[in-house]
Design a protein around this ligand. Structure first.
Ligand SMILES: Nc1ncnc2c1ncn2[C@@H]1O[C@H](COP(=O)(O)OP(=O)(O)OP(=O)(O)O)[C@@H](O)[C@H]1O
Length: 567
């Protein structure tokens, strides 16, 4: 789902002049009255200063604005949305959007270190081509149809020739990225994708560049997104069981991202794609924040009462000292993993213990050890701070709107909005326009629909997540571990969540493809450049992602796919 379709997304860095592509056309900046009334909503002088000083650049109608952030004492992260060379120079990566070529990435990992891909035939097919031809290029793929268009590129369904392997290929026009100062966003997304190796996050199979385009070859999700799926539910909301399923998987993905030093910042149903098997995949990392992470083992699986048994169950690497260091080499996925993927450990008896007949108490004790809680590893990047204004209006955390600086807690706020929307079919603070929405987020108390059939546990969890003060928000300190323990998730088998039957299995991919092939025609033109985001949010119904026949570019020669030869 593009933000052009949803009108819900924006990005904005405080303290700088807007970029020309978006902000220069901004005629609807917040006015003085709005500033003062927003300040009164926040009720603090600091907020007042912050709002009057920073809100003026914000297009309240939803235009995506991307402006460089100045370095601050608290800024410890590598932003995905900055555009100015000033801000880049202040980070340890030393990458300047305007000066750095797109191909010279920082710590870019080729993606070979992906233990979960060992049985993936698409992975093997790509590796085989690389081995055979040395490098990959457009000529290795057939474009079948356009799946969607985002702010920095268009995504195509692509087939690796003669392999029967399908991928989602994000094609970005480098000239357009450069002129719109979005090279760094694209680079950050690419770097984050290269880090990931998790069942609920996209796999970057390969990346290559042509003279004109930068192409990311990712896993293709056949099931559309959760926003579209929600629209098809009775009452346009999910049942509690279905919402629990999707929220559980999203939670695991966020947990992993935080462990990898990534604050996602753009959670919304449109960005949660549904895989062929009905499990989810979080997508779209161009607004994400990369930061320093310092994983800490707070509780091992061994008995806490016996110090000799307190052996950490994890290999924990030292924290990274600079954003560019957040790579698999620094925090190896195989080494530091979300607790769901770590097998439970059964204690062996100490050497000194005499053999004796099993007693009831001993048996209970052993059973206790065998089923004792999983080790708890906290990898919440609580020190991360950003001053950027990024996200989607209805999902923005209050601290982002107030310009107070924000960290990983914004993901727990958006997780609360996300759960609310799945269960109620709408977000809790939506106003008549974007400006009203922002006022509501900052100043209005959380309310549930009077007729809400949602359980007390669900509402309690949402209340805990939608605490306006980030330090008092659920999961602020211990991250996903805190949320997993909430009664709403009681009964969720975190270790085997991938084996849970999803609430909805998408229609088989082949049917959709044959349909699209009938309608798709070969073209002799390059794909259209990325569309800028629209300013006015369309009605909710328009947010549904449907790849219609009109998405397929026009043709002149009547083939069955969009051939890369024409790029
Ligand atoms: N892996 C994928 N599998 C299937 N469809 C995808 C995949 N990735 C993206 N899409 C589709 O392509 C569309 C464009 O994706 P993209 O991430 O470029 O843009 P976006 O979600 O609008 O975000 P942004 O504007 O920040 O780039 C999405 O809305 C989605 O429908």
């Amino acid at each position: 789902m593009t933000s052009a379709e949803t009108g819900r997304k924006l990005s904005w860095d405080h303290n700088s002049a807007p970029t020309s592509d978006t902000a220069s056309s901004n005629n609807s900046s917040i006015d003085a009255n709005t500033k003062s009334s927003l300040s009164s909503v926040t009720g603090s002088n600091s907020a007042k200063t912050s709002l009057s000083g920073k809100m003026s650049d914000l297009n309240m109608d939803g235009t995506k604005v991307s402006v460089g952030a100045k370095s601050s004492g608290r800024l410890e992260s590598c932003e995905s949305v900055k555009s100015s060379s000033v801000s880049r120079a202040s980070t340890s990566s030393g990458v300047s959007d305007s000066n750095e070529s797109f191909t010279s990435s920082i710590s870019f990992n080729s993606g070979n270190n992906k233990p979960h891909k060992s049985n993936d035939k698409r992975w093997e097919a790509i590796q085989a081509v690389k081995h055979r031809d040395g490098a990959m290029g457009l000529s290795h793929f057939k474009l079948l149809k356009r799946l969607g268009c985002g702010d920095i590129g268009s995504v195509y369904l692509a087939e690796l020739r003669a392999s029967n392997c399908y991928f989602a290929m994000k094609v970005m026009d480098k000239g357009s990225l450069a002129s719109r100062k979005k090279l760094l966003r694209a680079q950050t997304e690419r770097e984050i994708l290269a880090l990931l190796d998790h069942p609920f996050l996209p796999t970057l199979y390969t990346h290559f560049e042509t003279e004109k385009f930068s192409c990311l070859v990712m896993e293709f999700c056949t099931g559309g997104d959760l926003h579209a799926l929600r629209q098809r539910q009775p009452g346009k909301h999910f049942t509690e069981a279905a919402a629990r399923f999707y929220a559980s998987e999203v939670l695991m993905a966020l947990e992993y991202l935080h462990m990898m030093g990534v604050v996602y910042r753009d959670l919304k149903p449109e960005n949660v794609l549904v895989r062929e098997d009905g499990h989810i995949m979080l997508s779209d990392f161009d607004l994400s924040l990369r930061c320093v992470v310092s994983p800490t083992l707070v509780r091992s699986s061994w008995s806490d009462t016996d110090p000799s048994r307190r052996i950490p169950a994890y290999c924990i690497t030292p924290s990274c000292v600079e954003p560019s260091c957040v790579t698999p080499a620094c925090i190896q996925p195989a080494c530091v993993q979300p607790s769901c993927f770590v097998p439970r450990m059964i204690l062996s008896r100490t050497k000194k213990s005499k053999p004796e007949k099993p007693k009831m108490s001993r048996m209970k004790s052993d059973v206790h050890h065998q089923v004792s809680p999983l080790p708890e590893l906290i990898a919440e990047p609580t020190a991360a701070r950003s001053m950027s204004f990024v996200g989607t209006h209805e999902y923005l955390a209050p601290e982002i709107i107030k310009g107070e600086g924000h960290g990983s807690a914004v993901d727990w706020w958006t997780f609360g909005i996300f759960l609310y929307e799945l269960l109620h079919g709408k977000t809790p603070f939506k106003g008549t326009g974007n400006r009203a929405t922002l006022f509501n987020v900052v100043g209005q108390p959380l309310k549930f629909p009077e007729t809400s059939g949602v359980s007390f546990a669900a509402r309690d969890l949402i209340r805990g997540l939608l605490v306006k003060e980030p330090m008092h928000r659920l999961a602020f300190k211990r991250g996903a571990a805190e949320i997993k323990q909430h009664p709403f998730f009681e009964g969720v088998n975190w270790a085997l969540i991938r084996c849970t039957t999803p609430p909805d299995i998408p229609k088989p991919f082949e049917l959709e493809l044959s349909h699209s092939r009938k309608e798709a025609k070969e073209v002799k033109e390059a794909p259209p450049p990325p569309q800028p985001k629209v300013e006015t949010p369309p009605p909710v119904e328009k947010k549904v992602v449907e790849t219609a026949a009109s998405d397929v570019p026009n043709s002149s020669s009547g083939g069955s796919y969009l051939d890369f030869d024409f790029f």
